[in-house]
Design a protein around this ligand. Structure first.
Ligand SMILES: [Zn+2]
Length: 390
């Protein structure tokens, strides 16, 4: 029996200890390799000249032979204007890649030092690199789609509430709704987002749905090869069809669960296979969407066990991070580090995290929707006071 991938010696050609022992000079050489490869030639970020540029050794900068532009290894990358030493960033990248279910900034801080905010911004840049450089070309063959709800949880109350009808419960702790009102909330809508939460007595405006698209490997037993994610507000046919048109080539086979929103996929030149999750996880014919469930298994564990709170504002970044971790699951530590480093150095300047501490941070979430902004048409609570009719 062959050993599990992560039990083989070849899965860890690079350890945290090795990276921690590198000098600052050596760490810098790693970054040069990650950006321009082993050839030893540098490409000017302004004019793309590959000539032998003049190297200013003490400043670790090159002066372009053609346009005289002075650049360093981090010019025009996510790490531009960095203040952290290269060794610390490299170590941060490795411990981030090594964590299977997400690496919180406070944990990263224990490994590489600096402040919480520094680590938070650094991890944010890693995630931005993953989403900025992901392959968004059309998926084909066997594709699995699924959605899962995140964020918008309601805290438990201080007291355990009981039904008013229970004679044992003192009046002041009893739920203050009648039996009729108690069941009214259930009719409000299919989605959790719009569902009236009986315990909390309110709607959940911060509820979001992470949609995942996973392309299966043509070889049986190899799982998924590529993952794309999007954050949506409601799982309706309009959003599902728009995303499918964007990412899945016509003629592909799509496997989903029995959610009625997927019903129209058949009319879109796709072969649509359904597995009813209330009955089975894989039909006798082998129809399943277990690769998509595998993604959510990891994402849910990242949420519950590592990050604890993923808010809508940066949910797209966290989803992209988990997608990257899923796609890199069979790559060894060195390949993971080089993949992450390569992405960081070719993603361009940071949109979300540059100068983050001084204010210009992201204003809004990255939400995908079709038609009107779904956040504006939030259903009204049946318990709110009726407004004066015209
Ligand atoms: Zn140049």
């Amino acid at each position: 029996m062959s050993a599990h991938f992560w039990h083989k010696a070849s899965s860890i050609p690079l350890t945290t200890l090795q990276i921690a022992r590198l000098s600052e000079e050596e760490a810098w050489e790693w970054f040069v390799k990650m950006r321009w490869g082993d050839s030893g030639e540098q490409v000017c970020p302004r004019c793309e000249s590959k000539k032998k540029h003049y190297f200013k050794k003490t400043r670790k900068q090159w002066c372009c032979k053609d346009c005289k532009y002075t650049f360093s290894v981090t010019t025009d990358t996510l790490l531009a204007n960095r203040k952290m030493p290269f060794g610390d960033i490299l170590l941060g990248m490795l411990v981030f890649a090594n964590a299977h279910k997400g690496k919180p900034a406070l944990e990263m801080r224990r490994d590489i030092g600096h402040t919480y905010r520094t680590n938070y911004v650094l991890a944010g840049k890693f995630r931005e690199a993953m989403i900025a450089t992901r392959d968004e070309s059309m998926m084909s063959g066997d594709v699995e789609i699924d959605g899962a709800h995140f964020s918008g949880y309601i805290r438990k109350g201080r007291k355990i509430k009981a039904k008013k009808t229970d004679p044992e419960v003192p009046k002041k702790y009893a739920v203050k709704t009648t039996e009729e009102e108690y069941h009214q909330g259930e009719k409000m809508g299919r989605q959790h987002r719009t569902k009236y939460n009986r315990r909390a007595g309110q709607f959940m405006p911060n509820r979001r749905i992470v949609m995942v698209f996973r392309q299966r490997s043509p070889n049986k037993g190899e799982g998924a090869v590529r993952t794309l994610t999007a954050v949506i507000h409601r799982e309706t046919s309009a959003e599902i069809l728009a995303l499918s048109r964007k990412w899945i080539a016509k003629g592909s086979t799509i496997s989903t669960d029995e959610c009625p929103s997927y019903g129209k996929l058949k009319q879109m030149d796709y072969t649509h296979l359904v597995v009813n999750h209330s009955v089975e996880f894989s039909t006798d014919e082998g129809v399943n969407e277990n690769q998509a469930e595998s993604f959510f298994g990891r994402m849910r564990r990242a949420e519950v066990g590592s990050y604890h709170r993923i808010t809508p504002k940066y949910m797209d970044l966290y989803a992209a991070e988990i997608a990257w971790r899923e796609d890199m699951r069979r790559k060894n530590t060195a390949e993971q580090l080089f993949d992450l480093g390569g992405r960081i150095l070719r993603a361009g300047l940071s949109k979300d995290w540059r100068n983050h501490c001084r204010g210009p941070m992201r204003k809004d979430e990255n939400l995908f929707w079709v038609g009107k902004d779904p956040r504006l048409s939030r259903p009204k609570s049946p318990y709110s006071k009726p407004t004066q009719s015209q």
